[in-house]
Structure formats: structure tokens, C-alpha cells
Design a binder for this molecule. Structure first.
Ligand SMILES: [Zn+2]
Length: 471
């Protein structure tokens, strides 16, 4: 949903690039335009590098909070050159880097690992880079708080990872941009008595007496780096019947009764969203509750992350349970081409909260849209949510005005064209990346009419448009 911000960020500690003008944002909202625009976080990710797989072999020592890692990164580069860059926190120390089995020169400074293979880099040729590293991981300080690898407060030795949007380099070397998605394999060794929850399916668990237990998870993805997660703690594992999709959950034992109630309707949510948007895009789903309080849950791929404060035994956070599941269609499968298009994640997942409310006997989407529109109108501050600026991608208005944008589309084109558009969006861009202009084009195709004025007024103008009435 939103980055984890338990600790307040000191405003102004990081400088951010200047955002583009509204006209540029609209004209450039297609894929080509997005490529031509400045990225929101140009220090993260290498646009010319494409990772196919991350194979992470990690050993974690809870008493001393130390991580030993070997990351094998299988990738290609667009252009021939001397080398490439990966993102990795400077809190970790790199001891060796090989490329295709040959020792490579490297330089690790200010969160960037620059690798220079002995024979250079050929355009389009697949290579395997192996990075050996170790240290005491800690969260990265970002405009969204301290995020990434962190420690649970409720039980000793626990770890949680909530990286959205910039925290992934806190624990593994990666090409940290949402447009580069890859497969993952994680083999994580922890002392006996600790358990590991990571993306995908647990394929092996092997205990070596005196050494610990290695938990191996595999996820074909494709997955953006910020959605990779690793949680270490003491969990109860349970399953729910999600129809064709296995649903498994993990949470602290003391929350069992409350969890069963609060997350008990995940199978119904899964059915509703599959009916509306098409098949769930991945091989497995589940929710993990870590022993810490989190400001917001996060849609880590195949294993959404919640804090103990989201489990109250009264379904007080059920709208967020729906929100994080919905992100698996909108955000995780259909991913952002670039962070400026964040309303495609948050506006959509918020609207799915409203669809779940309507479906489950709560307030209707009409009512929720009207309530949110009133709140936006009462708030004198306006935000162009189609290009909100790098420091405002998780502003509340991206969520509420984004959902209202979808409701305005629904009331303008009618339910049939609207839901056909959402289903086509989830289908045609499944496991891909997309930008706002592509959504507008798709909506126009299904509505058989131009909709540029509607989207311009809702996404790229500050003034709040009136909410269209249902015809
Ligand atoms: Zn969200």
C-alpha cells in the first residue's frame, strides 16, 4: 500500500529531482514519453540493465544481526561497455565479485556497486554476476522514512522487509527500478527455532544440526525489486481455500483467533477480484503478520505484509486486506513503467477497497466516491496525481483522487465498458509494465470515444472536477 514509516523522516535530508510540467506529463504519458522524461529516482536502477533472475543465498545470525550473502544475478545489458551498476546499501561490505566465474573489479560507494568485468560487457549477451557480501543490514533513509530491511520490536531476533519504493538495496544487490522485473530464488539459513517467510513457494527446508535450517523459496515472478521480501520470526502457518489459488498465512501464535476472523474473508475477496479482473496472476497468495507495528501494510509479492496493529479481531483493517490483494493485479502484475504513474497502483487498489465494500454489504462505491470527493473538495490543497512529484507518490490524494478518477470513468462509460477495461488492463499488461497513456488508450478503445478531457481534468489539472453522476 504504502511505505513503512515507523520512524519519521527528517524533511529535506535528500534532494529530489524537479518534476516535469503538467503538459509534458500528459503528452508524455505513453511509453515513449515516459522514457523521455526524467525518472523520479535517477540514482536507483540502471535503465540499460535487465535482470532475468536473482539467486540469493543468505545466512542470518539473529543474536548479532549479521547477514552473510551470495547473490547470483543473471542479466543482460543493452549496450556493450566497460561494466554495469547495481544498487546495494553501503552498510554492507562486498568482499568479492565474479562475472561468469572470473573475478571482476568493483567499486562500492554511496549505495552503488560498480562492476567492471575483465572482458568488458557485450550487448545483449547473458552473464552471471556473483556478489559476496556481509554486514549488519539496516533500513535505508529515504524521503518515505527508513525502509527496507528492519527488525521486529515484539519478539527478539525477528526481521521484516518492507521496501516500497526504494528499500530493496538495504539487503541485496539489485537493479532497483520498477521496470526491471525478474525471477527469484532465496535460500535463507537461520538458527533452529526461527522461521523464514519469503516470496513464492517454499520448495525445500533442510536442517543441519548445529548449523541451522535452510529455507528455500522460489518465485518465477516476474517481480520488481521493491516487492521482494524476507521475514524472519516465529510464526504459525495456516492455509485457506482460495479455489485455484493456494492461500497461506503466517502470524504470531497469540494472534491466531483474531487473525482467523480478520483475514477470514480472503477467499471471498480472491473470488470477487478474479471474477472482475481475471485469474490471479501468481502461483500462490498469503498474508504475513510480523511482530511489529507498521504504519501501513505493503503488497510484497505473493505475501502481503501486515503489522500486529492491523489485527484487532474486529476486521478494522479489512479494507486494507482487500487493498493489498488487489495490488497483485494492479501494481505487482501490471507494474509501473516509472514511479510517476503511481496512481495506477494506489488509485486502483483503493477503488478495489470500494468494490469489496459494495460486494460485502458495506457502503457502495457511489457513496464512497461521494465521501472522498467531499473530503478532497474540503481540502484546499490540490495535487496533479498523474505526475505528483517524487516526494508525493504516497500522498493520500493519489489514493482518494485516483479512486475517484476510476469512479468518474465508470459513471461516464457505464459498468460494462468500465469493467471490460479493467479486465483488459490486467490481461493485456499481465506481468508487464505500463504507463498512464496506455490505460487511457485502452479505456477509449472499450468506450468507443475520446476520454482525454476526463483524464486530463482528473489527473493533470490541480482543480478538482465535479464527480459525474450515474446515467
Ligand atoms: Zn497500496
Amino acid at each position: 500500500m504504502c511505505p513503512w514509516t515507523r520512524r519519521a523522516f527528517v524533511a529535506g535530508a535528500l534532494s529530489l529531482p524537479v518534476t516535469c510540467a503538467a503538459a509534458d506529463a500528459y503528452q508524455g504519458s505513453g511509453a515513449a514519453g515516459a522514457a523521455a522524461q526524467a525518472r523520479y529516482f535517477p540514482n536507483h536502477g540502471d535503465p540499460g540493465l535487465h535482470v532475468a533472475e536473482y539467486d540469493l543465498r543468505l545466512t542470518y545470525h539473529p543474536p548479532i544481526r549479521t547477514l552473510d550473502g551470495v547473490a547470483r544475478v543473471t542479466a543482460t545489458a543493452d549496450a556493450a561497455g566497460d561494466g554495469f551498476g547495481l544498487d546495494l546499501s553501503s552498510a554492507l561490505t562486498v568482499s568479492a565479485v565474479d562475472v561468469d566465474g572470473v573475478a571482476a573489479q568493483f567499486r562500492h560507494r554511496r549505495g552503488k556497486l560498480r562492476v567492471t568485468p575483465a572482458g568488458g560487457l557485450a550487448a545483449g549477451r547473458r552473464f552471471v554476476c556473483e556478489v559476496r557480501y556481509s554486514g549488519r543490514p539496516k533500513p535505508l533513509r529515504t524521503p518515505f522514512g527508513e525502509i527496507g530491511w528492519d527488525y521486529t520490536t515484539g519478539s527478539p531476533g525477528g526481521v521484516l522487509v518492507a521496501s516500497q519504493p526504494l528499500g530493496a538495496p538495504s539487503w541485496y544487490p539489485c537493479n532497483d527500478r520498477p521496470g526491471d522485473k525478474a525471477a527469484y530464488r532465496m535460500a535463507v539459513t537461520v538458527p533452529e527455532g526461527h522461521q523464514v517467510v519469503a516470496n513464492g513457494v517454499l520448495t525445500d527446508r533442510t536442517t543441519v544440526p548445529g548449523t541451522g535450517t535452510t529455507w528455500t523459496y522460489q518465485h518465477p515472478g516476474p517481480m520488481a525489486s521493491y516487492l521482494a521480501t524476507l521475514n524472519i520470526g516465529r510464526f504459525v502457518f495456516t492455509t485457506q481455500d482460495g479455489g485455484p489459488v493456494p492461500i497461506r498465512n503466517a502470524y504470531p501464535m497469540r494472534l491466531a483467533t483474531a487473525f482467523d476472523h480478520d483475514f477470514g474473508r480472503q477467499p471471498q475477496m480472491m473470488r470477487l477480484f478474479q471474477d472482475l479482473f481475471g485469474p490471479y496472476p501468481f502461483e500462490v497468495y498469503g498474508s504475513v503478520v510480523v511482530d511489529a507495528e507498521l504504519d501501513q501494510p505493503v503488497e510484497n509479492q505473493t505475501f502481503s505484509l501486515f503489522g500486529v496493529n492491523h489485527v484487532d479481531g474486529r476486521r478494522g483493517s479489512e479494507h486494507l486486506v482487500a487493498h493489498e490483494l488487489a495490488h497483485h493485479w494492479f501494481g505487482n502484475s501490471v507494474s509501473l513503467a516509472e514511479w510517476r504513474h503511481i496512481w495506477l497502483n494506489e488509485g486502483f487498489a483503493t477503488y478495489c477497497e470500494w468494490l469489496w465494500s459494495e460486494h460485502s454489504g458495506g457502503a457502495s462505491a457511489d457513496q464512497l466516491a461521494a465521501d472522498n470527493w467531499t473530503d478532497l473538495a474540503d481540502d484546499g490543497q490540490r495535487l496533479r496525481i498523474g505526475d505528483p512529484g517524487p516526494d508525493r507518490i504516497f500522498d493520500d490524494r493519489v489514493y482518494s483522487r485516483g479512486a475517484c478518477t476510476l469512479h468518474a470513468l465508470r459513471t461516464t462509460v457505464g459498468d460494462e465498458a468500465f469493467f471490460a477495461t479493467l479486465r483488459a488492463w490486467a490481461t493485456e499488461y499481465r506481468h508487464g509494465n505500463a504507463a498512464t497513456g496506455e490505460f487511457i488508450a485502452l479505456a477509449e478503445r472499450h468506450a468507443h470515444r475520446k476520454l482525454d478531457e476526463l483524464f486530463r481534468s482528473w489527473l493533470y489539472e490541480k482543480r478538482l472536477p465535479p464527480l459525474p453522476q450515474r446515467v
